[in-house]
Design a protein around this ligand. Structure first.
Ligand code: PLP
Length: 385
């Protein structure tokens, strides 16, 4: 196997699920967001571990993502968070995915496709209380809920909404959304309609807005070990699940002034040792980290120098590094000595979500499932099996 790999620490995923469970209490369900291949971690193993930890619902974005999970033998409800095209709806029904109802027109598309297959399907009503993305207005919700529950082919199994700024603590907009959403749910109940599972909370709301927990929460990023934003108090210790690592494949001593990589944007400032690592933007490790990123070798951080190439990057080890050829190099992960995906996100102006999602298919995923803390900082030279 090539030097560059993503080690997926399933024991950290278990830890994060248990932390969320303890935080929300035993009577709430967890719907785990596993879209985009479980935020880049590999959906199949993530779903299996989540099921074994009592997660009851999964949320994905595309019909194909839902099919991929269903055909692995997962019986749990799979919520389709994004809207499919009408021509994709027959597959939604065939694979027993749970779509969102957002308007009359789409309700009709769902109904006709369900009728055509003679299958009654579960749907969730999506109310837009302020995200501005998809969903009906709070004013339309009651009528749509009534139309759904009156349908022979649809069963209203849930009502949900989504928050744009739940990652900001004590934000009045989020509080107002929760109130608006609760009023919609009440109005549905008052009409004698069973709204099914009420859910709203993404990771930010799970942490900061207990009133948003309702029957079920929908965290993603927290379960992969990161806070949704810098603003949140770090009250719980989530552990990063993905560890991106590689090895040193070339070492050289260079004199002061030696140019390094494309564009020759960097010249050695003194005599130093330069290591070449076989990872680049072709693996989804952002080129924006050129001259900014850092890596961990033998418990120490070293800067990336010169431009990151498609398949390789260079690191300045300085003059006194104990690093040797074929040493393990950590690009990001749970080791507190080294960078994590949040640190990388900060360096290049994005969010940890994008950092883990971007690690692409060229990087093999290796799974560990030890019920223990992440590896100590002094790395052994040999990679894990
Ligand atoms: C992705 C997503 C979530 C999970 O968001 P996190 O910030 O990762 O917790 C929840 N709900 C919806 C609708 C989403 O699209």
């Amino acid at each position: 196997m090539r030097a560059t790999k993503a080690i997926i620490h399933l024991e950290n995923l278990r830890h994060n699920i248990r932390l969320v469970r303890r935080h929300i209490g035993p009577d709430k369900r967890i719907c785990m967001a596993v879209k985009a291949d479980a935020y880049g971690h590999g959906v199949h193993r993530v779903v299996q571990v989540a099921l074994s930890e009592g997660v009851e619902y999964f949320a994905i974005a595309t019909v194909q993502e839902g099919i991929d999970i269903r055909t692995e033998g997962v019986d749990a409800p799979i919520l389709l968070l994004s809207l499919p095209l009408p021509e994709e709806v027959p597959e939604v029904i065939r694979y027993g995915l749970t779509p969102l109802v957002t308007d009359r027109l789409f309700l009709q598309v769902l109904e006709e496709a369900a009728a055509a297959q003679g299958r009654r399907i579960e749907v969730h009503l999506k109310v837009d209380t302020g995200m501005g993305r998809i969903g009906c207005t709070p004013q339309e919700a009651l009528e749509l809920a009534a139309a759904t529950s009156a349908s022979r082919w649809l069963r209203l199994a849930g009502v949900c909404t989504h928050f744009p700024v739940a990652d900001l603590p004590d934000n009045p907009f989020t509080t107002a959304q929760i109130r608006r959403f609760a009023a919609v749910v009440d109005a549905i109940r008052v009409q004698g309609i069973d709204p099914g599972l009420i859910h709203a909370a993404n990771s930010g709301a799970v942490l900061g807005y207990p009133a948003s927990h309702f029957d079920m929460v929908r965290p993603g990023i927290l379960l992969y070990g990161y806070y949704p934003s810098q603003e949140q108090p770090r009250s719980l210790s989530f552990l990063p699940v993905m560890e991106l690592e590689s090895r040193i494949v070339f070492l050289k001593r260079v004199p002061k002034g030696t140019p390094i990589s494309y564009g020759m944007t960097y010249h050695a400032e003194r005599e130093t040792t330069i290591a070449t690592i076989p990872i680049g933007y072709g693996d989804g490790y952002s080129r924006l980290l050129s001259g900014r990123g850092e890596v961990l070798v033998r418990g120490r951080r070293y800067p990336i120098v010169g431009r990151i190439c498609m398949d390789q990057l260079m690191v300045d080890l300085g003059s006194d590094s104990p690093a040797e050829l074929y040493d393990r190099v950590t690009l990001f992960g749970p080791d507190p000595e080294g960078p994590d995906a949040e640190r990388i996100a900060t360096l290049i102006g994005t969010i940890p979500y994008e950092v883990t999602c971007d690690i692409n298919k060229r990087v093999p995923r290796l799974y560990t499932d030890r019920e223990e803390k992440p590896r100590p900082t002094a790395f052994p030279t040999a990679p894990p099996d």
